[in-house]
Design a protein around this ligand. Structure first.
Ligand code: COA
Ligand code: AMP
Length: 626
């Protein structure tokens, strides 16, 4: 039996032994004597009697072991021209002082802090500063509109918001302070303080409640790490659900540290001192897990890159960063590679750089299309490794375990389940499907350490959204199949979550915005295939009878409304006015059929359709739009 099969079998047959062994990679102030607590099933907790501090594990212990001079963080920011290296000792100093600054503002164990920062070192410092004092951070991605920020403020009820004056996009400077002010004007909950990192590209006007990051840090005293229970929350990260209200995915402290340290070593084959680059954003789970926590937990060097992979300043930005910083492995989303391929299809830029130290390209966040896989594999001549996971799971459900036993790559497959992930393919009635047949991908409970234990303040919603469709299983929301070798193929979502340029969005919340327009009687938003971004949202609206509005004006208003309410990241640009939406006789909109037509596939038309002629009209609209 190979190392993978043996390890996987061990993890399922003896989770207690497997995870207590894995837990030895972490320094505990009170080591756990038990791994799994199933007394509250279907809610599970890991390492119930363990106690630790994540920031201590990410920083102090490496310095204490004599690695204080090793690079912890390399900040590379073509959009500002800045490059900065932080050793473990330097990063520890910043984090300990920022933790002290937070404590001086009255932030303590269990208090929430919203972090609204772009890809700057202060984002990492703020996250670890929270972890150091047992405060729970919630990072909000910069591309969201005030309403999305407001929803997170209302749910997380932060004592403090830590923000920057601005983020820098290729085409514009995004001022954050007006977004925060607009959000806080609408929220019932008000933070005590807003700490603002002033950036030269756009300084913010500070009000009474606001504090300048630099002033705060000037007088800050370092504080020691505060031990917390392994089951205490480390962070909450909001993600799109099927309704407008985002889901607050909770990450516990102990299970997270154990699982992430395991995954970076055995999935990604990264060792202490290796330079590792995750080109994503700290606002997403990929950024949390693999820009910040995992690399620092194991004592590697993490690259924090501010900018897009192309165009800032050249099409070879990826290759430049890899060569310049000696990156051993890169993790990004397929969409980023498609962006590079679009401007430099022959990868001519590669010739300018020495990539001899580069070993592996990891891709996730959306489906890896075969064309992108082959392009990357041909041009880079390194293993290109697809793997599949979610905000909820925190680390890969299925992958090619490069550090354990590299398995043959099959394009289109995210390879095999990782330890603890008991993946099953189920039909509508919950029966397991044989190899080759597509069904709902579900995971038998309990989920392994690192996966979400619940949703913030809402056990009921957790159970209802994930655990009730198939009792005893976690519903991933993805469909797929396994082949006869056990390889997993993830085919797409079964709900209204879409993936736009690797960014997870809900078409349901876009529909809510369109439906609020006074001229709109009903609407549907679907995700359609896009060459660059993987998927793009596309809206269809039916007007209220008697409404007289110019279609062009309406379309512009609807596009602007989504940008204002959800944010530019939604990339919502296409909306068509139609006479009717295809529905079943009971009134359910046939979104799957619409998606098929839009993608040029002919889905079987359900026999329950109310009026088949509506589909022909829809085909015509799409044909006219090209
Ligand atoms: N703050 C403010 N606005 C943001 C933002 C942020 N952090 N991130 C994106 N936006 C805005 C963009 O400026 C753009 O606005 P525009 O409509 O005014 O041009 C819009 O949101 C869409 O952005 P994006 O989806 O990033 O598209 P893009 O064309 O600017 O770039 C890629 C396309 C592929 C280069 C880019 O998405 C990318 O680098 N993706 C990497 C993958 C990734 O990080 N995935 C996350 C999970 S792994
Ligand atoms: P997020 O929570 O933003 O990480 O998005 C998770 C969703 O992205 C998953 O449920 C999938 O639909 C999709 N996804 C992530 N990785 C992959 C992959 N390798 N292949 C196919 N889909 C993926």
């Amino acid at each position: 039996m190979g190392a993978y099969s043996e390890t996987f079998r061990h993890s399922l047959e003896d989770p207690e032994g497997f995870w207590l062994e894995a837990a030895k990679s972490i320094d505990w102030t009170r080591p756990p004597t038990r791994a799994l607590d199933d007394s509250g099933a279907p809610l599970y907790r890991w390492f119930p009697d363990g106690e630790l501090n994540t920031a201590y594990n990410a920083l102090d212990r490496h310095v204490e072991a004599g690695h204080g001079d090793r690079a912890a963080l390399i900040y590379d920011s073509p959009v500002t021209g800045a490059k900065q290296r932080f050793s473990y000792a330097e990063l520890l100093d910043e984090v300990a002082r920022f933790a002290g600054a937070l404590a001086s503002l009255g932030v303590g164990k269990g208090d929430r802090v919203i972090i609204y920062l772009p890809m700057v070192p202060e984002a990492v410092i703020a996250m670890l500063g929270c972890a150091r004092i047992g405060a729970v951070h919630s990072v909000v991605f910069g591309g969201f509109a005030p309403k999305e920020l407001a929803a997170r403020v209302e749910d997380a009820e932060p004592k403090v918001i830590v923000a920057a004056s601005c983020g820098i996009e290729p085409t514009r400077v995004v001022e954050y302070k007006p977004i925060i002010d607009a959000a806080l004007e609408t929220t019932r909950h008000q933070p005590d303080r807003v700490v603002v990192l002033q950036r030269e590209a756009a300084r913010a006007d500070l009000g009474e409640r606001d504090l300048d990051w630099a002033d705060l840090m000037a007088s800050a005293e370092p504080v020691a790490p505060v031990p917390v229970a392994a089951t205490d929350p480390l962070y909450v990260l909001y993600t799109s659900g099927t309704t407008g209200k985002p889901k607050g995915v909770v990450r516990d402290t102990g299970g997270h540290a154990v699982a992430l340290a395991w995954s970076l070593r055995y999935v990604y084959d990264v060792r202490p001192g290796d330079v590792w680059w995750t080109a994503s954003d700290v606002g997403w789970v990929v950024g949390h897990s693999y820009i910040v926590y995992a690399p620092l937990l194991i004592g590697a060097t993490t690259v924090l890159y501010e900018g897009k992979p192309v165009g800032t300043p050249d099409a070879g930005a990826f290759w430049r960063v890899i060569a310049e910083h000696g990156v051993k492995a890169l993790f990004t989303a397929p969409t980023a590679l498609r962006a590079v391929k679009k401007v430099d299809p022959d990868a001519a830029e590669l010739d300018k750089y020495d990539l001899s130290g580069f070993g592996t390209l990891f891709l996730a966040g959306e489906r890896l299309d075969p064309e992108t896989y082959h392009w990357a594999h041909d041009k880079l001549a390194v293993p290109v490794v697809d793997h599949w996971w979610q905000t909820e799971t925190g680390w890969p459900i299925s992958a090619n375990p490069r550090g354990l036993e590299p398995l043959p790559v099959k394009p289109g497959s995210s390879t095999v389940p990782m330890p603890g992930w008991d993946v099953r393919i189920l039909d509508q009635s919950g029966e397991e499907l044989p190899a080759g047949q597509e069904g709902a991908i579900a995971i038998r409970l309990p989920l392994p350490p690192g996966a979400l234990p619940t949703l913030w303040g809402d056990d009921d919603r957790f159970v209802e959204a994930y655990l009730s469709r198939y009792p005893g299983y976690y519903l991933t929301g993805d469909s797929g199949y396994r082949d006869s070798d056990g390889y997993l193929f993830v085919m797409g979502r079964t709900d209204d979550v879409i993936n736009v340029a690797g960014h997870r969005l809900s078409t349901g919340s876009m529909e809510a915005v369109l439906a609020a327009h006074p001229a709109v009687a009903e609407c549907a938003v679907i995700g359609v295939r896009d060459q660059l971004k993987g998927q793009l949202p596309r809206g269809f609206v039916v007007l209220k009878s008697g409404v007289d509005i110019d279609e062009e004006t309406l379309r512009n208003e609807l596009v602007a409304a989504i940008r204002a309410d959800i944010g530019p990241v939604a990339a919502f640009r296409h909306v068509a006015v139609v006479d009717a939406l295809p529905k079943t006789r009971s009134g359910k909109i046939l979104r799957k059929t619409m998606r098929g037509i839009a993608d040029g596939r002919e889905e079987p038309v359900p026999s329950t359709i109310e009026d088949p002629a509506v589909l022909d009209a829809l085909r015509e609209v799409l044909r006219d739009e090209g």
